[in-house]
Design a protein around this ligand. Structure first.
Ligand code: ADP
Ligand code: MG
Length: 376
């Protein structure tokens, strides 16, 4: 557990950049520091790994005072990820991933083992380890960048606006990856952002900073339902304020029944089904109801004079969420990725529902964010 007590930083001649910060962070938590520019987020973060020495106050990690720990030991347990995620072009993927382990003087065997394990986590083949960044797609390079942050296997990872400069779609994808890896590897992450959506999406608890002080430190739900003061209210924006706890809403509450067809049927049968059900998309399943792909009118029209096979015509890349997913997360994904709809599947990958772009628009205001400005 990381315990921060009365942490203060006063720069020479200036006001206090961080003023009497007190917080406790549990193992495995994802914490976001958020606040306006100049509110002290970076200073606070950098004091945690002693890149900046505090003026006063203490930080202890599992009872050990960080200021008494030697810097090498400290860097083995706390990692710092710089603002931009970019790979070194003259280094192989393997060398890029194991950059920090190399600085920590790990053996070759241990570095190789780590690189091989990590690349598997993002579903890329081990043979990619010996390629150079230019040989990978942009998206693949970004995923390697995220792996690099995790490679030294530190317990705590500090990240200062790592996705700040990326376009919204890439950012969304990397956020999902980061959250997934953080949970799977059980890391504690402290993440600086100025984007409230990012904080809400990723963090277990959010620390809101203003003028060097912590204004509120709580779960996203608690902050949205009970903002501590007007500054917090203003900061999170009235469109996000929640009147009642909506967090119980999950995709299952609102999904509709998708129209599906099994793989062995013909394209003619698919067309007939579309006409009778008045839909422009059909989801393809196997005999056990497991989702395999989808078909739409355009795909059928262009394939129909050469084949009758659904398997040869369908697109296998279907966006899905699992049953029980929070509605707000799915809505965000549909909007940010500009999807027409998103399927809902169960643990066995069986198709059980569909959330469409058309049916979310009505729900957004009243079931997720509440009616705007009702409090004023
Ligand atoms: P944030 O990351 O929230 O934007 P910072 O921690 O970078 O905020 O900065 C907090 C305050 O401390 C700001 O007023 C900034 O101008 C000041 N500050 C940051 N670094 C220094 C420095 N090296 N010397 C003097 N003042 C600094
Ligand atoms: Mg900063």
């Amino acid at each position: 557990m990381l315990k921060i007590e009365h942490l203060t930083k006063k720069y020479r001649g200036g006001k206090k950049a961080v003023n009497d910060l007190n917080l406790e962070i549990k193992e495995g938590e994802f914490i976001a520091f958020i606040g306006t520019s100049g509110s002290g987020k970076t200073t606070a973060l950098r004091m945690i790994n002693r890149m900046i020495e505090p003026s006063s106050g203490t930080i202890t990690l599992n009872g050990k005072d960080l200021s008494k720990m030697n810097p090498v030991t400290l860097r083995r347990s706390i990692g710092y990820v710089i603002q931009q995620i970019g790979l070194m072009p003259h280094m192989t993927i393997r060398e890029n991933i194991t950059l920090v382990p190399k600085l920590l003087k790990w053996s070759k065997e241990r570095k190789d083992e780590t690189a091989e394990k990590l690349i598997g986590l993002v579903n890329l083949p081990e043979s990619y380890l010996d390629l150079y960044p230019v040989q990978l797609s942009g998206g693949q390079q970004q995923r390697i960048g995220v792996l690099r942050a995790l490679a030294a296997n530190q317990d705590i990872i500090l990240m200062d606006e790592p996705f700040g400069a990326l376009d919204p779609i890439t950012r969304d994808t990397l956020q999902d990856l980061m959250k997934d890896l953080q949970q799977r590897l059980g890391k504690t992450v402290i993440f600086v952002t100025h984007d409230m959506d990012e904080a809400i999406k990723l963090a277990d608890r959010i620390c809101i900073m203003h003028n060097g002080e912590m204004v509120q430190f709580d779960t996203p739900d608690e902050i949205l339902t009970h903002p501590a003061n007007d500054f917090v209210k203003e900061f999170i924006g009235s469109h996000r304020l929640i009147q009642e706890k909506p967090s119980a809403k999950i995709v299952d509450d609102v999904m509709i029944k998708p129209v599906s067809i099994t793989l062995e049927k013909s394209l003619d049968e698919a067309i007939k089904l579309m006409v009778s059900k008045r839909v422009d998309t059909l989801f393809v399943t196997d005999g056990h109801g497991r989702l395999l792909g989808y078909l739409n009118v355009e795909m059928i029209t262009s394939a129909r004079h050469t084949t009758q096979s659904i398997a040869d015509t369908m697109n296998r890349e279907v966006e899905f969420v699992k049953t029980g997913t929070k509605l707000q997360d799915s809505v965000r994904r549909i909007l940010i990725r500009n999807l027409k709809n998103i399927t809902v599947i169960d643990e066995e990958k069986r198709l059980i529902g569909l959330i469409t772009r058309a049916n979310i628009v009505d729900m957004v205001y009243d079931t997720i964010w509440g009616e705007e400005n009702t409090e004023q």
